[in-house]
Design a protein around this ligand. Structure first.
Ligand SMILES: *Cc1c(COP(=O)(O)O)cnc(C)c1O
Length: 441
């Protein structure tokens, strides 16, 4: 594919570059985080119009694998992968839902929810995982000895990893914190034949173990410390600009836990601007659950210091992370984008999820965290009523029916029931049914 290329680079030292065909998760010299850097000059040898037309001509078409929202942008993502090694399940191409009715309630009518959870495994983690698993196939093809691919997960990464590995015929191993993921999240890797290790710890504990395991034994690490994942996730930014005909929203709000995705979102916009497809940047908001809010606490101190926390239980279990791996990348990106971090209590996130569902969505609790952050920023008059706002919905609500039904059945302690909707039990009688309906209408 022309002479497009990319390499690993230390995020704090541009002189430390490493070939993309190596197996690397951190800088081998300093231990710092790595990022994938592209030869932007090679990409810029084509005009912005060329890239827009190219991306549009592929978008959601059936010509495999380029109809995928990720692989349609292959030259910007991982140009070195041969098509025969791509493991794709038609990622991306998700609905940019105009949340007009809900927006009117809040007073921001140019409000959009990017439904990234309407995806193969029900979360936006598919975007990064298609890239990572394809890279693993390429590495094996190149002669590397990789026996399995492993991750620690709060539930969605493991579902994506096991599905893509099963499609590729690769062994997957997932480390899950015991009793801290939803039933739907647990059943996915089981069904896809992963080795599922239920660890008596939290996510941060699982993350430590998996990093140790992957230092040995030819097991490849699939967590988002592996910067290949970020390359797939960043296509969200490109795709949503494309959906707006390359117009840039004023605000993007995303829930954050391990903080790979806030970094990915920024990376996508920076690339769009460098190559000339857009000429300004949006402001970014990372929304955290108050029970797992280390980035928020650091934001309050202007990011001058950062302390990990012990994450407490939250309904938004996929972001129940106290020691985020990608913290340095996230802070860098938020500074570049004049970013904001907001937090939501359990009551706020549950209420916001239920409130927006009443306008036709079916959101996961993490999206609820982002929605609640949006409402708070409107109240503080930081987000203005005439601005264009996109909320990233990260998972499908159907993966979180346990907590959603508990909300509606009013089984959640300490949560107000403002928007709960209980089933009404009625005798098998026309008259009694009519009586109930009269009171409902
Ligand atoms: C992973 C995930 C997030 C957060 O992404 P990070 O990169 O860990 O910050 C948010 N919501 C859902 C549903 C997720 O699975």
């Amino acid at each position: 594919m022309d002479n497009f290329s990319c390499w690993y680079q230390n995020i704090n030292d541009e002189n430390k570059k490493y070939p993309i065909e190596e197996i690397l998760y951190r800088c081998p010299e300093t231990g710092n985080l790595l990022e994938v850097v592209h030869d932007i000059d090679a990409l810029k040898s084509y005009s912005p119009e060329y890239w827009k037309d190219k991306f549009d001509s592929r978008y959601r078409k059936q010509s495999w694998p380029y109809g995928s929202g990720v692989w349609g942008k292959k030259e910007w993502v991982v140009p070195f992968i041969e098509d025969k090694n791509i493991v794709s399940m038609y990622e991306g191409g998700t609905n940019l839902f105009w949340a007009e009715r809900y927006g009117k309630q809040i007073g921001v009518e140019d409000l959009w929810i990017k439904m990234c959870g309407n995806s193969h495994t029900g979360s936006f983690k598919d975007l990064g995982m298609t890239v990572l698993v394809s890279c693993v196939k390429q590495l094996i093809d190149n002669g590397k000895d990789i026996k399995a691919v492993a991750c620690a997960s709060t539930g969605d990464t493991s579902a994506a990893l096991s599905a893509y590995c099963a499609a590729a015929g690769l062994k997957s191993i997932v480390f899950l914190p015991k009793n801290k993921v939803s039933v739907a999240q647990l059943v996915q890797p089981l069904a896809n034949g992963a080795t599922v290790l239920s660890i008596d710890s939290d996510f941060d504990g699982c993350m430590k173990i998996v990093q140790e395991v992957c230092k040995k034994n030819n097991i490849y690490l699939a967590n988002s410390i592996n910067s290949l994942r970020i390359e797939g996730q960043k296509t969200i930014s490109i795709e949503l600009c494309q959906q707006f005909n390359w117009e840039i929203p004023d605000w993007i709000i995303i829930p954050g836990g391990n903080l790979g995705n806030i970094s990915a979102l920024g990376k996508g916009f920076l690339m769009l601007k460098e190559i000339g497809l857009i000429n300004k940047l949006p402001r970014l908001v990372c929304a955290q659950a108050e029970n797992a809010n280390p980035l928020y606490l650091s934001f309050l101190k202007d990011f001058n210091s950062f302390e990990p926390v012990v994450a407490k239980t939250t309904l938004a279990n996929a972001i129940q992370i106290g020691d985020p791996v990608s913290i340095e990348k996230a802070i860098k990106i938020l500074k570049t984008f004049d970013g904001i971090v907001e937090q939501s209590s359990e009551d706020e996130l549950a209420s916001s999820t239920a409130k927006v569902d009443l306008t036709g969505t079916f959101n996961c609790p993490h999206t609820g965290v982002a929605i609640s952050a949006f409402e708070k920023l409107v109240k503080k008059n930081i987000i203005k009523s005439d601005e264009k706002v996109v909320i990233i919905s990260t998972a499908h609500g159907l993966k979180f029916v346990d907590s959603k039904i508990n909300y509606h059945m009013e089984n959640l302690k300490g949560i107000s029931n403002t928007f709960s909707n209980l089933p009404i039990e009625v005798d098998n009688s026309f008259d009694k049914v009519m009586k109930v309906l009269e009171s409902e209408l």
